[in-house]
Structures are given as C-alpha cells and as structure tokens.
Design a protein around this ligand. Structure first.
Ligand code: FDA
Length: 455
C-alpha cells in the first residue's frame, strides 16, 4: 500500500472533482484525485464506435450555462451550433407523423391552448422557486408531497397536454416516470435552467456542442493537473475521518489529507465505508437520491437524408418508444447522425428484449419520425449507463417524493473534513456539467476560505 499525504484528496475525476482539484491546485494546495475508472470524465465520455465519434454521455451546452461557457473559454475549447434548419416532427396518439415549426406540438387547437396554459402556470411557479433553496418556497411541503403527474392531472383533463408537459421534465430531464418525483423536484429542474419555457425550447436547451466532444473539459483539466495528480483505476473503498482530517483508501493507495471531496454521484456515496459511520440523517439522505434511466441511441447514415426532406431532425412524441430525437451530426462530417432517447419504463421494456430486437424496435420508432431510410444506419450504438458500475443510470439523481424538503438543505453541508459534491447537488445547472463545475468550484472555495487562502 503506497502512502501519500496531501492537503486535499478528491474522490472521482468527473467535472465536479476535477474542477475542484484544479481550483485548489491553482490556489497553491497539494491535491490528488482518485478515480475508479480507467479514464477521466465520468458521465462525459467521447468515444469512437466502429470509427464513428459519439458523445456517449453529456454533450449539449445552453446559453444559461455561464460557468461551463466560461470554462470552455478558459480551456481554449470551441463550440458549434446544433443543426436545426427545417421542420420538426410530432407523432400523435394515433401514430400520425405531423410536421411543425416552433415549440408547441401540433396537437389540435384545444390541446395546444392547454399546453400553453400549463407552461404559463409552471413558469410562474418556477419564478417563485430559488434553485439554491427550493425547500424555502412557501408551499414547498405541499409541492414536494404531490407527484408531478398527479399535479398535472389536477390542473388539466386534457390527457395529450398532460403527456406532453410531463415529457419535458420526466422523460427529457429527470428520466423517471412523472409519478415518481414531486412537483417541487420538477420546479427545481426548471428553475435551474432559468424557466420552464427554457426546457420546452429545444433551440435553447440543446444549443451548442463542443468541437472534439464535451469530454474535452475533464481531459484538459486532468492534463493541467498533471499525470501524478489524477490516479486512475483507484476505486475508493473507505474513508476514516476525525476532527484533524481523514485517511482515504483504495486497494493500492492510502492518502492522508486535511480535507476530502467525495465527487461521485449521490447514489454511490453509500458504496464507500465511512469510519466512523456518518450521522444518521445523512445515511438516510443518501437512500432517497436515485438515478434516472435513459438509453441514448446513436444512428449514423451515409448522408443526413432528413435534411433534404426539409426536416431539422428535431422530433418528439410521448407516444413513441423514442420520445425525442435530434440531428447530432458531428462538426465537419459528411455523414449524418441522429441521436434519440428511450427513457424510464420504456427503457425497462426494451432491455427485456434481445439486443437485435431492441435495435429493431428503436429504429422503427426513428422511422416513424424520419421515414424508412432511418431503418438502415451504417453505425448504431446504445449508451447504456445503467450497466456502468461507477454510474448506474442516466442522466442524474433526484429525490423521491418528499425527499427534497426533508434532506435537500443538508446535502452540501460538510461532515467533519468530508464534503460531498456532484452536478446532482447543484442549483443553477442542476444535473448538468455547468452545475458540476459550479459545485466543484464552490467546494474548493469553501476549503480555501477555511484555510484563509481564498483569493
Ligand atoms: P460524474 O458521474 O461525471 O463523475 C463522478 C466520477 O466518480 C466518475 O468518474 C466515477 O467513475 C467516479 N467514482 C464513482 N465512485 C467512485 C469511487 N468509489 N472511487 C473513485 N471514483 C469513483 N449534461 C449536460 O450539461 N449536457 C448534456 O447534454 C448532458 N447529457 C447527458 C447524457 C447522458 C447519457 C448522461 C449520462 C449525462 C448527461 N448530462 C448532460 C449530465 C452530465 O454528464 C453530468 O451532470 C455531469 O457530467 C456529472 O459530473 P460529476 O462530476 O458530478 O459526476
């Protein structure tokens, strides 16, 4: 067992952990990052599949994500716009593919008016919700005790409007069925992006991509930290802690440090042994945060054939297996790539099928939007984060009903020398890379302030 001493040890080389480490090192602290996988980036992973570059994890950057945009500038990384010229497609409950422009689906006059009305109500509630403290909303408990689905059904008897509004938060963001999380959790998700309308606006929320892939952010941060600072294949097994500091152990390394940042997703906090055990409320808290589930599907074709048919590639339907899909053609490529998403219970259902049956079902759903050419991609790949030991789902974690008001306020409080961080504890940029960078920076500043070294 190699013994190392540092000012701060960081567990996890995702965007949160690496940003914390980088800010601490810049301020003169000695740091080490212990990462379980054989690569950095965590839920950011840009990889070639059969010669085709895919964003297996996170990829999009939106204009409100100012921390991420600032970091991209600082690291010298360039962005490009998602292709969006042409008409979008909506598939109706009866399976008819309808073309449209703008944000509101062509669902008939009454349903469209209902969708607009519900967005208005949600925008008002979101404006009253502080993403840093949603539990302080005057009606927080009431909103945290009702599921998003039950609340939507109490507001509208138009089932198509309910399904569509549900899609924006449930399938598209928290990747859990809308009966499984609270209205307050939905308001936090929208407040973290500025408004509910922002989530509805695909041109806003899925605005830009990074040339070379979003994993460039952790890769460049790790490179700047230095080879000896980021230690791969070091799953942390235990943390012994007390008033003077902590000892963090992987199978090969033992690091003594004044401070620890555990920068892994909240559903994995419990995989580490804490000696002594953590306070009872925090042990409880960890059990109420769980990861959603979504399959990110990539399909590459010799040409972006949908463009010549006047389609932007943007497609939605709560009634389809693939509930949303986009043109995801990489910067400077002639081939065309579509990306689609299969979430929560629909993902459960297709994971019960063989790989070839699942592929067939998913491609048939894409063909409903784009026509039969979608059935024969040159390259096809499913990002399956639920099978990844060091993540266990996608995109991120959220609380169960009532969990946000019961435990939310304590989740960023340190326990002795240990601080917990993740994009999933963020206010602005919640569940996104922007939030991960913000939380990493915040934890670094907290430690520097304690030691009187904050700049
Ligand atoms: P993250 O999970 O990335 O990092 C934690 C690290 O800890 C991992 O490297 C893990 O291996 C490591 N670890 C875990 N346990 C450990 C242990 N015991 N010891 C040592 N290491 C351990 N965001 C966005 O902004 N735009 C987008 O388009 C998307 N899209 C998207 C798609 C998909 C499919 C996914 C899965 C996610 C996204 N996201 C996204 C979300 C975004 O990727 C995510 O919020 C951040 O990358 C999370 O960064 P963190 O550092 O908080 O956790």
């Amino acid at each position: 067992m190699e013994h190392i001493e540092r000012d701060v040890v960081i567990v996890g080389a995702g965007a949160t952990g690496l940003n914390a480490a980088y800010r601490l090192q810049q301020a003169g602290k000695s740091v080490i990052v212990l990462e379980a996988r054989d690569r950095v980036g965590g839920r950011l992973w840009t990889n070639a599949i059969d010669g085709q570059m895919y964003e297996i994890g996170g990829q999009w950057v939106s204009p409100d994500q100012t921390e991420l945009i600032g970091t991209l500038d600082e690291l010298g990384l360039e962005t490009y716009s998602r292709f969006r010229e042409g008409e979008s497609v909506y598939v109706t409950p009866s399976g008819e593919a309808k073309r449209f422009t703008g944000d509101i689906f062509p669902a008939g006059e009454h349903t469209e008016a209902e969708i607009t009305r519900l967005i208005g109500i949600l925008d008002e509630l979101v404006a009253q919700t502080d993403p840093a403290a949603p539990w302080e909303h005057p009606r927080a408990k009431e909103f945290d005790h009702i599921s998003f689905r039950a609340w939507l059904e109490s507001e509208s008897d138009d089932s198509e409007a309910v399904e569509n509004i549900s899609l924006f938060i449930a399938d598209a963001m928290l990747t859990k069925p809308s009966h499984a999380f609270s209205l307050l959790q939905a308001l936090l998700m929208a407040a973290s992006a500025g408004s509910f309308s922002h989530l509805v606006d695909a041109d806003f929320i899925l605005d830009k991509r990074v040339v070379g892939g979003l994993q460039s952010v952790p890769l460049v941060l790790a490179e700047r930290l230095g080879r000896d600072v980021v230690r791969l294949e070091q799953p942390v097994r235990s943390i012994s802690w007390g008033s003077l500091g902590a000892v963090v152990r992987s199978d090969e390394l033992e690091v003594a440090a004044d401070h620890v940042i555990v920068a892994v997703p909240p559903n994995l906090y419990d995989r580490i042994d804490y000696l002594p055990a953590l306070p009872r409320l925090r042990q409880q808290q960890f059990q109420h945060q769980s990861l959603g589930l979504v399959i990110k599907v990539h399909a590459t074709y010799e040409t972006p054939f949908w463009r010549s048919a006047g389609l932007s590639g943007t497609a939605f339907s709560p009634y389809q297996l693939v509930h949303e899909a986009y043109d995801n053609t990489n910067h400077g490529e002639n081939r065309g790539t579509l990306v689609g998403f299969v979430s929560d219970e629909k993902a459960d259902a297709v994971f019960r099928l063989s790989a070839s049956e699942r592929k067939q079902r998913i491609l048939e759903s894409l063909a409903t939007y784009y026509g039969p050419e979608a059935l024969t991609p040159a390259v096809y790949y499913e990002s399956d984060w639920a099978a990844e030991e060091w993540t266990r789902g996608a995109y991120a974690t959220s609380f169960d009903l009532g969990g946000l008001t019961r435990y939310g306020a304590m989740q960023l409080e340190p326990i002795g020398p240990i601080r917990f961080g993740s994009s999933d504890l963020a206010a602005e940029g919640y569940q996104h890379v922007d939030g991960a960078l913000r939380v990493g920076k915040r934890l670094a500043h907290e430690i520097l302030a304690l030691d009187g070294a904050d700049q």
